[in-house]
Design a protein around this ligand. Structure first.
Ligand SMILES: [Zn+2]
Length: 364
């Protein structure tokens, strides 16, 4: 990887890391004497054989043999290298980590993109709140009944004309190559920053408000942003997902934010694509029950089927996702449903969900 971490720093990370806290970010742990138990995230099982021993700072699975400390857990879970996992835990513990980078260009680029995205997200958000040019965006969000609290919580913003964004980012020390790598190719649009589970801004969705096509644009795929590996909103909804024991899966940004605003906080969005096996895996870290919520037009049905198929791939991989479906009344998406018929209607539709029979998989 080209990174080296000083031995003493590693010891400090280990001392300052609570393995129970780290693992609880991903899966639900139950106390069992001096240890904690859980269903193993690394193999499929019905009774918990995954054990965490806080005193020793280690985990071990009696089912599949997986084991190690907090760093190795994060490595497995985030599919990260040793230095990246250590860096993540260092950040959580407030330890300043001087990563000496060698020849790992990809990681340097990624880090730069994340820094740039973070600055851009703040810039867009402030712009939306304060600048005159953003008035149409404010009007748009108001018309869509998005509350000021949600605008803040989801850090919604407005990307102004290209030269303004570029000027701002150049003043922040980013050069042309950085700008190109980050792929912020949207202007005069409402922005939806997309965060990963570590709270890093990996990219943006951007909606046109002046009728320009396409309606939605995302950051270009880059070393920090891969649509198929991320679920929009999961950084904010994971706690509610754990508590409710299920996740509502929608397609778009506002289809997520509107229900969230109305108390349906156990919700994620797939960024308009079919759910990938990686996304299914992400879901599985938090729950095994998925409720698909789509509009009932033909596209909605097709999307539901596509997602079902994709989820089935995930189901085969993980062998344990229950999929249920709610088809919304014609012409309505989760956003407009709540606007027109209120949260009670949404609630009762969720009650009337149907169990999906996945191909090749019997009802349980
Ligand atoms: Zn296991």
């Amino acid at each position: 990887m080209g990174y080296q971490i000083n031995r003493a720093v590693l010891d400090r990370i280990r001392e300052n890391t609570d393995i129970v806290e780290v693992i609880s970010n991903y899966i639900t742990l139950k106390k069992s004497g001096r240890n904690f138990k859980a269903l193993c995230p690394f193999h499929s099982e019905k009774t918990p054989s995954f054990t965490v021993t806080p005193e020793k700072g280690i985990f071990h699975c009696f089912g599949c043999g997986a084991g190690g400390d907090a760093i190795s857990f994060v490595m497995k879970m985030e599919n990260a290298g040793f230095p990246e996992a250590a860096a993540l835990l260092a950040k959580k513990a407030g330890i300043n980590l001087e990563l000496r980078s060698g020849d790992d260009r990809g990681n340097e680029v990624r880090t730069k993109i994340l820094q740039l995205n973070y600055k851009a997200a703040v810039f867009f958000h402030e712009y939306l709140l304060r600048e005159k040019e953003a008035e149409p965006a404010r009007v748009y969000l108001k018309k869509r009944n998005i509350s000021p609290e949600m605008i803040k919580k989801f850090q919604l913003g407005f990307a102004p004309a290209s030269f303004q964004t570029e000027k701002f980012l150049r003043n922040e020390g980013f050069n042309r190559a950085d700008l190109e790598n980050a792929g912020l190719r949207f202007y005069q649009r409402v922005t939806f920053p997309i965060f990963n589970l570590s709270g890093e801004c990996v990219g943006f969705g951007a909606r046109s408000i002046n009728g320009s096509d396409p309606k939605y644009l995302n950051s270009a795929e880059n070393p920090a942003f891969s649509k198929g590996n991320i679920l929009y909103g999961l950084n904010l909804s994971r706690q509610a997902i754990r508590e409710k024991g299920e996740v509502i899966l929608v397609e778009g940004y506002l289809d997520l934010i509107k229900p969230f605003q109305n108390g349906f906080e156990n919700i994620v969005a797939s960024l308009g694509t079919a759910v990938t096996p990686n996304q299914a895996k992400l879901i599985h870290h938090f729950t095994n029950r998925v409720v698909l919520l789509f509009d009932s037009d033909v596209a909605g049905k097709a999307a539901a089927l596509r997602n079902m198929e994709a989820l089935n791939i995930g189901t085969i991989l993980m062998n344990d996702l229950d999929v249920e479906i709610v088809l919304l009344p014609e012409g309505l998406d989760p956003d407009s449903l709540i606007d027109k018929h209120g949260r009670e209607t949404m609630e009762s539709l969720l009650q009337k969900r149907q169990r999906l029979r996945l191909p090749g998989k019997p009802y349980r």
